[in-house]
Design a protein around this ligand. Structure first.
Ligand code: GLY
Length: 562
């Protein structure tokens, strides 16, 4: 225990006081509380809130605002997200603070006169921005569940970070350098992300500090009205965007019933529509439960083949049927009926891949990129929150609010920009997810909480990664439940993914041996290797009560606890 705490402190100092090291702690084993986020500063801020008497929700609010400062790639105040909160007695809540299409949005807003998709229109610049939900969501979480009841206290660490500055990690320096040209191209004025600064110099965001102060003073109205809203709308108007003052004022986050289902007697709570998690995950778990998943062993061709064939089928359903339930009648009962799912696997062959063209004619909706960020918190009373938040692409639309100094999302790209026609990534979109004013775009974000069969808390997890979020979360859960791994092994294990179209398994390079890949190819699968899939932040409550927090090894992610 002591060794781990010492390691944590040393690593934290390296991460945050110098720009030349980005060491972060990947695992903690603690007795009281744990926090895992994408950035060491945000993790430590969240943990301090709990040490100061806050609960998991208080920590989550402080983390969300801190990430908006120290992790501008995906942390945000002008994005959206989902939270699954489980009180210590097991009651679950789901908060949807997903962005919405503005009033002026229309089905053909990204098409030219010939009806062709205008390149980049839904991904870069002002027209790509959905009405942000983050600040409304934090306000709702605070009002309903805060224990500290001190909004000022929760925002202050983010203000300090923005005002006094902090050191970017090495990975962040590289990352920001890569997008310089694009940010300069999209923004007419200088932005905090493009000012000349030397590598290793503190990164200061004065304008963002002022915006955070307005939010601190007036809660959500500090963002959706007043000078902050004026600056937002001015940025829209100056850059061809359509979000108005009324759009901002009318935004509402929504409390929903969490999607609840069981796998091998474990209750799972995840996000319902407009996240596809509440459909795709129960479908996948039900379909694999008809087979012996561990059969053949971890990452054996047999196990990978089974999961791939399940993924192929559920992603075809996702494309055909899923969208904002307020705008579409989604056949949830049928989609999750056991008989239907058994039927879906009728043509599954243990020996042969089923070509996606034979699975179902249809349309596919995934225009998501690999960005987003997730954090998991368990507090010292046993409350837990899994929260996934996003600007959509890395740095969202690359447009920075002119008087606010923060990135605006490009979440409109999560809609089907033109149903039935391949998008910029070669994918086609579905009717259920077409653009309509006031609608929420379909998501894959999957904040998820798992209970033991005895109903006590077992796991809290989630991931960034667009459509790979769903399969990353699925794999980490099955790694623990079916393959009996500890949380560290489960999170750091190589991952693979199939999403119906394109018809290929993507696999993390170096993670799968040649014989396994050959065996899969012999079954008819095509394989494409990628650098990494997902970035899972997870907490496992061990059977003896130890809380194991695990941060994904793939980037700067950091776990802490006490
Ligand atoms: N923008 C990623 C998602 O919502 O799934």
């Amino acid at each position: 225990m002591k060794a781990i705490s010492f390691l944590l402190i040393i690593s934290f100092l390296f991460s945050c006081r110098t720009s030349t090291e980005s060491v972060s702690v990947k695992e903690v084993n603690v007795q009281n509380a744990a926090v895992v986020t994408a950035h060491p500063l945000a993790t430590e801020i969240g943990l301090q809130v709990i040490k100061d008497g806050g609960n998991a929700v208080d920590a989550a609010i402080a983390i969300q605002f801190a990430l908006a400062v120290c992790f501008p790639r995906a942390g945000n105040i002008a994005g959206g997200g989902f939270a699954i909160y489980r009180e210590r007695d097991g009651t679950g809540y789901a908060l949807d603070f997903r962005e919405m299409a503005p009033k002026a949005a229309s089905e053909d807003m990204y098409l030219d006169e010939e009806g062709n998709v205008v390149p980049d229109a839904s991904t870069r610049g002002a027209l790509a921005v959905g009405i942000p939900g983050t600040v409304h969501g934090m306000d709702q979480l605070f009002q309903r569940f805060s224990k500290l009841k001190d909004w000022n206290r929760l925002i202050q660490p983010a203000i300090d970070l923005a005002e006094k500055g902090f050191y970017l990690t090495e990975m962040q320096e590289d990352d920001l350098a890569e997008v310089q040209e694009s940010i300069k191209k999209i923004n007419k004025n200088e932005t905090p992300f493009t000012v000349q600064r030397n590598r290793g110099e503190k990164f200061v965001q004065k304008k963002l500090a002022q915006v955070l102060r307005a939010i601190q003073q007036e809660t959500r109205l500090g963002f959706y009205s007043g000078w902050v809203a004026d600056e937002f709308v001015k940025t829209m108007e100056n850059n061809g965007g359509v979000i108005s003052h009324l759009d901002l004022l009318h935004y509402k986050s929504i409390w929903r019933a969490p999607a609840e289902f069981y796998y091998k007697n474990h209750r799972m709570l995840t996000m319902p529509l407009p996240s596809s998690a509440g459909v795709v995950l129960p479908q996948m778990f039900e379909m694999v439960s008809q087979y012996n998943l561990p059969g053949g062993g971890f990452h054996s061709p047999t196990a990978i083949h089974l999961v791939t064939e399940v993924e192929r089928r559920v992603f075809a359903d996702r494309a055909m049927h899923l969208g904002d339930p307020r705008f579409n009648r989604v056949p949830l009962f049928n989609l999750m009926h056991r008989d239907y799912l058994l039927d879906r696997m009728k043509d599954f062959s243990r020996d042969k891949a089923t070509p996606s063209s034979e699975i179902r004619e249809g349309v596919f909706t995934d225009r998501e990129t690999m960005e987003t960020t997730h954090f998991s918190v368990v507090d010292d009373e046993g409350n837990a929150i899994a929260l996934t938040t996003t600007l959509n692409g890395a740095y969202g639309s690359h447009l920075v609010c002119e008087g606010g100094g923060y990135f605006l999302n490009n979440e409109m790209d999560d809609f089907s920009v033109k149903p039935g026609v391949p998008n910029l990534y070669g994918l086609v979109g579905g009717e259920a997810n077409k653009i309509q004013s006031g609608k929420r775009m379909l998501s894959s974000m999957s904040p998820t909480i798992v209970d033991y069969p005895n109903k006590s808390l077992k796991m809290v997890l989630g991931s960034p990664g667009g459509s790979t979020i769903l399969t990353s979360v699925f794999q980490v859960i099955t790694n623990v439940i079916d393959f009996k791994m500890g949380m560290h092994e489960a999170v750091q294990a190589p991952r693979f993914h199939h999403q119906w179209l394109p018809d290929q398994i993507i696999m993390e390079q170096g993670g799968f041996d040649a014989l396994t890949k050959k065996a899969l190819e012999e079954k008819g699968h095509s394989i494409r290797e990628v650098e990494s899939i997902g970035r899972v932040e997870a907490i496992l409550i061990e059977e003896d009560g130890t809380i194991t927090g695990v941060a994904d090894k793939r980037k700067d992610d950091h776990a802490a606890g006490f």
